[in-house]
Design a binder for this molecule. Sequence first.
Ligand code: F6P
Length: 738
Amino acid sequence: MVGPPSTIMRVTTRLVVSIVLAATFVSAGWTWFQARRERAQLLNELDHRGSLLAEGLREAAEPLAKRADAKALSRLAEKFGHRDRLRGVSLNAPDGTTLVATAGLPPASPPPRPGTEIDCGLLPGRTLHRCAAALENSPGFLAVFQDASHVKTRVREVWKRSFWRLLMQVLLIVAITLWIVRFDILAPIERTAEWMRLLRAGEGGGAGPPVGGVLGPLASEAAGLAKSLEAARSSAEEEARLRHAGHAQWTAERLKEHARERLKGRPMLVVANREPYLHVKHDGKITVLRPASGLVSGVEPILKACGGTWVAHGAGDADRETVDAADRVRVPPEEPRYTLRRVWLTKEEERGYYYGFANEGLWPLCHIAHARPQFREDDWKQYHAVNRKFADAVLAEIEGVDEPCVLIQDYHFALLPRMIKQARPDARVSLFWHIPWPNPEAFGICPWQRDILDGMLGADVLGFHVQYHCNNFLETVDRALESRIDWEHFAVKRAGHSTMVKPYPISVAMEENAGPPPSREALLRSVGARGEIVALGVDRLDYTKGIVERFLGIERFLEANPGYVGRFVFVELGAPSRTTIPRYKDLVDEVQREAARINARFATKDWKPIVLAVGHHERAVVGAWYRIADLCMVTSLHDGMNLVAKEYVASDREEAGVLILSRFTGAARELRDALIINPYDVERVADAVREALEMEPEERRRRWEAMREAVRENNIYRWGARLVDDLARVRLGGAVPS
Ligand code: F6P
């Protein structure tokens, strides 16, 4: 409960009294103004009518003064005076004494004020109005009297009406205020307080704060605080657990300290083509989108832990509207920890550098997955120009920073290390290649292989996911460039500059205390799926991911195990990717065609085996699927690491899950307790699905725990720490790459 009720009552009473006072004040002011206006209008009418009468009567009445003929005056007055409100007429001597008058008038009347031709106004008592006009041919004046009692009545009516209106308003205001306070403020505060109390006691809160509406912003701040509290608590618990177990596992906190110490407080700068947050317009509003990207999942925890800057292509259609004058924005939006610096590319640059050279050239070249690499001179020029553009942005960001640390990501920036190192020999530069590196023969297809190798060797530290890719790279260098390879230390020496080449298997952070498990039924319903056993696939729709091969394996499984028809459902969360490239567009059609064909073969009235959910899926939604899926399938034909496999294993599940994993992924070297398959071997994939579903619970738990231990041990913070260590060890002052 929010306590004590008397405090809330006092605050509410104060609020109501203030509102009532304010309403009364405003209403009284307005009524006063209206009453004055009404009074002035009525008096004006009397003045006008009185003046006309006085004017009209003056000439005709003047002789009657001499004769003191009251009767004739009455007749005259009646003749003119059958008008509303006329009370009578008098003729008066200059001193005001009445000479002659119609009945019922005062015995005297003050003479008109000098200088006025006709002097009108209320007489004392305010019920009689008089207009006095000087006679023209004799001294004295004529006075016309009208009834003015209605002025007071009308003014009183205005005040009375206003009073009732005010009373109604006040009652309404009080009722509405009490309603709002009770249901929109008091009740949510009580619920939030209860939620925070539970959180403090470590009993819940995972589902987020229970309020929105007026208190929404406050609630989301509280949620942020709660999250940090939760994170701090689990990190402390984890530290304690590790201390107890004598381990020294890597955590965000530990990496932060480690980086501060090793890099002597120098900030980190990450360069990647993909930005971790895109601002996009949706229904006229700007929203934030998290891209489906292994690179982002892998690298962001490092910057979140250590702070720094992420330089990336600003690809969202509202990105320009959300940066400051230096093209920077603090992220994550809900709890800023580091700076995102956006670089703008033209459509031609994006087409040539990203779609063309990077994704139609280097991507298929390095993956060797049956798509012919396309190398075009124009794409290469754009690739070069965009690398230069990013180099300029990075150099601007590190200006004035002594011995900066620059962590370049992926195949989009092969030329960047040299460009940076040439301008800033004091920078510690690493390049991490997130995709495989093929053998020297395959890489030799690239017409610009020497320029690419040369650019990459500008880095001090060059990382791949696995040793095998390092070896391929070193052999490629050996064949293509004049250089000295130190096979003992895995380094390349060229013109006095040395590049260390090492494997750094990228990873994820374990998900701890993710809150109550999501509803399986609701998730299935959200994609129109039914089934008691759920298998999951999460991919960018890319031809290297072996999605069609996976479908073929599922088809064979159902064929061989008809008992699972109607019970087993495979849900594919597929994020469209690089769709302007024809091969990717064709793939979407192919995947949809295959799913439809297999569904047509096995579907019953209200069930189908493959549910394809093509679209952008929020991280939280993907995370929820990981937690309910009995089985996760990763069937890449070739993959540097594949973080989906690790994310599934790291998810906070109540029961052990099973992972089917392609032997052609980097992850297969670490997650040896997955069911390892060759995705081209349809029979083996089908067998693996059956094996997963029929595995003894004990065996399932054993494999699951072993995989979790592998991810826990080699988590993303360890990846970051190893990279930081090697960067810190770089001996600066050698020859500058020319
Ligand atoms: O796997 C290679 C990679 O570049 C990753 O580093 C990244 O997560 C993924 O592809 C996404 O690609 P894109 O940025 O082109 O959508």
